[in-house]
Structure formats: structure tokens, C-alpha cells
Design a protein around this ligand. Structure first.
Ligand SMILES: Cc1ncc(COP(=O)(O)O)c(C=O)c1O
Length: 381
């Protein structure tokens, strides 16, 4: 392939920050650098540092959020979480890992985000939460999701893995809500190598998740940030080893500094070139966004209509251009029901969605070339 679908953008600043931790600090685990990263993230989200719980993956952040919701739930049966089927399998695995049941919901054809009407029809007495995914960085009608959750007495877990740096109606994702989860894996809008964080607006969940990421050794976060250990602390519930290391935090801090002036405008520019070139393309539909939302695109997904997706994918591949699939619908996986429910929109999108290369190192000329190939392929059909 002559270009990459996605990639990390790491430079000498990140390398210097990591060697500082490796060579000077002498402590590689969760310590001062992790604390500073949480403080930097808190400043970015305009929340208190205690509300930001860094983790070693976005999946871990989602698991901690589901666990905190589950721990506070009062249901007679297995707690159920409404989740759009069009998401990374991590959203589902986090739900089952927390002992809850994922209830697959359909999405809107126009956006790929959760269809609230469909979600409503799946509420039972065991439903405890709604897991909203900002699919392709789109916080579509997020305030309606919160209103819906309030009406039905549900918690909201946001899978904002795609939405770092986005805003909904002026408010930054992660600056408001209930439980908001980010991923800092290698190809996200910022990376910490791997990693993630939970931003919690519920003090009980904050305490539960903060301990649970450190094997539920009570109060261990404060001890580690003070350079001490919890030799004699109690463990009162299940926990996991999900904390972020100083090495990862060192990368994340540099990435966060580079984000506003470098990664954000580069991603936006590249996505806007795609959108301009493809918005009138025959047999192509772009996902709708709200002009009042601000989007920092993580992936560039288009819909190729009328059964032409495989052909386009094949032609792009012949030209050395990789494509992706975000995602195989989760309700079709054998572990999550193997298609026991029928979700028409998700299943239609599965046949249409094609992810095109997007990352800050891609040139606008590359994008012109990709769009040119798509145009030539589809116009001549
Ligand atoms: C929508 C979504 N949810 C969750 C995750 C999980 O994040 P991580 O890979 O950091 O565990 C990802 C990462 O790709 C994602 O795209």
C-alpha cells in the first residue's frame, strides 16, 4: 500500500519526554507524570483533576464506567445497557466484562449514531444505562440522549473514543455529562501509545473507578501520586490493573500540547477536502452532522450506495490505497447473539460503509487522488 489508513504522529518531543521519564525520573509506573497528565486533561476539559481517571486503554475506561453504573444499579435481573450495534467491539466487551448485558440498538442511517426511538422500544425493568457512541466523531443530538436518559431514569456512558476535541452545541465533549470515556490508542486524535481516560461527573462513580483501576486498593491513587505505597489498605471489591504509566502519560502530555494547533487543524482540513470532493458524488452519501457541533474527525467514513462498495474498495486497493470497515455490527458476532435481532439500518450500513485514509501525515494531494479514483470508478458505472 502506498499510503496508510491511519497512523500515530510521534516526534522528537514525545521521544524526549519518554527518555526523561526513563532516565531521570526512575519511576515508570503511575506517578508524577500520570498525575500531571490528568491535571492537563482536566484543564482541557475544564473539570477538576479528580474527575479525570486515566487508564491503560479506552476499553478499560469503558469497563470502569460500566462497573461503576452496575455497582450503583438496583435491578432484580442482570443490568442491561442499551448500545448501538455500530461500534467497536470494545464497547460491547466492556459491558459484558462488567457483568451487564449489552442490548443491541439500531442506528440512524443519516449519521450512524444511536436511534433513540429504537432504543426506547428495548427498555426493560433491568435497563440501567445508555451507552452513546460518537460514531465517526459525531456527537449527534447528544443533548437529546441526556434528556431521554433523564426521562427514563438511565445513566449515560459516552463512548467518546472518536470524539476527543469535539464539541456539542458549544460544549466540549468531556466537559459535561455523566461518564465520558476516551481512548488514547496509537491512532486516535491524541495518543499516549495506548491509554484512555474516564471523565466522571458522579462523585460515587469517580471514587469507585479511581480505586477499581488500581485493583480496588482503597485510596491508592492519592498514595501513588504522593510517591507512596498502600501497604496496609483495605480491598473491598473487585478491581483491575488498569492504571496509566508515567511513560504513557509523558507521550500523552506532549500530544495534548500539540493537539490544538497541529493535529486538530490538520484533521479538519483533510476531512473537509474529502467532504467537498465527495458531497455531490454519484452513488456516495456522507454522514450528516449538526452545524452547531464542532467535529475533529478521527475516521473518514463514507457510504457507497447501490451495491458498489466492494467494487470501489477493490479499485482503491489496486491503486495501493487501503480502506477500513468501521464496523462489523456487533449484534452479528456470535458472542453477542449472532444476529438473533434484526437491526435494518445497521445491517444496511454494513454493506455501504467504507473508511478512507485519514491522519495528519496524509497530504491533501493524496486525498485529491483518492477522490479522483472514486469519481472515475463511480461516474463510469
Ligand atoms: C468506538 C471505540 N470505542 C472504544 C475503543 C477502545 O479504545 P482502546 O483501543 O483504547 O481500548 C475504540 C478504539 O478503537 C473505539 O474506536
Amino acid at each position: 500500500m502506498k499510503m496508510r489508513l491511519s497512523r500515530s504522529i510521534i516526534g522528537s518531543e514525545e521521544a524526549k519526554a519518554v527518555s526523561r521519564v526513563l532516565l531521570e525520573d526512575g519511576y515508570l509506573g503511575m506517578g508524577t507524570e500520570t498525575k500531571r497528565f490528568e491535571e492537563d486533561l482536566a484543564a482541557f476539559f475544564e473539570v477538576e483533576p479528580e474527575q479525570v481517571i486515566s487508564t491503560n486503554s479506552g476499553t478499560a475506561a469503558l469497563h470502569l464506567a460500566c462497573d461503576a453504573v452496575c455497582a450503583q444499579a438496583n435491578t432484580s435481573g442482570i443490568p442491561e445497557i442499551l448500545v448501538p450495534s455500530l461500534t467497536f467491539v470494545a464497547s460491547y466487551q466492556a459491558i459484558t466484562a462488567a457483568g451487564c448485558k449489552p442490548v443491541s440498538c439500531d442506528v440512524l442511517l443519516e449519521t450512524g449514531t444511536l436511534d433513540l426511538q429504537d432504543a426506547k422500544s428495548r427498555i426493560t425493568e433491568n435497563t440501567v444505562a445508555i451507552l452513546f457512541v460518537d460514531y465517526a466523531s459525531n456527537p449527534w443530538k447528544l443533548s437529546d440522549v441526556y434528556a431521554f436518559a433523564k426521562e427514563h431514569h438511565l445513566r449515560v456512558i459516552e463512548d467518546a473514543a472518536h470524539a476527543f476535541g469535539c464539541r456539542h452545541h458549544g460544549q466540549r465533549i468531556g466537559s459535561f455529562g455523566d461518564l465520558v470515556c476516551f481512548s488514547f490508542d496509537g491512532i486516535k486524535n491524541i495518543t499516549a501509545g495506548e491509554g484512555g481516560c474516564l471523565v466522571s461527573f458522579d462523585p460515587v462513580a469517580t471514587q469507585l473507578a479511581s480505586d477499581a483501576r488500581l485493583l480496588s486498593v482503597s485510596g491508592d491513587t492519592a498514595k501513588r501520586f504522593a510517591g507512596a505505597r498502600s501497604w496496609d489498605a483495605d480491598v473491598a471489591r473487585q478491581g483491575w490493573r488498569y492504571h496509566m504509566s508515567n511513560i504513557m502519560a509523558a507521550i500523552g502530555r506532549v500530544q495534548l500540547r500539540r493537539f490544538p494547533k497541529e493535529f486538530l487543524p490538520k484533521r479538519m482540513l483533510r476531512s473537509s477536502v474529502y467532504n467537498q470532493r465527495l458531497c455531490t458524488q454519484k452513488h456516495v452519501a456522507l454522514f450528516q452532522t449538526d452545524p452547531e457541533d464542532f467535529i475533529c474527525p478521527h475516521i473518514q467514513v463514507i457510504r457507497v450506495l447501490d451495491g458498489h462498495k466492494e467494487h470501489v474498495r477493490h479499485v482503491l486497493e489496486e491503486h495501493g490505497i487501503p480502506t477500513g470497515l468501521h464496523y462489523k455490527p456487533n449484534h452479528l458476532h456470535s458472542f453477542f447473539g449472532g444476529g438473533a435481532v434484526h437491526l435494518p439500518n445497521v445491517e444496511q450500513l454494513y454493506t455501504e460503509i467504507l473508511t478512507l485514509p485519514l491522519h495528519p501525515a496524509l497530504s491533501c494531494q493524496d486525498i485529491e487522488e483518492i477522490c479522483g479514483i472514486i469519481k472515475k470508478t463511480l461516474d463510469t458505472l
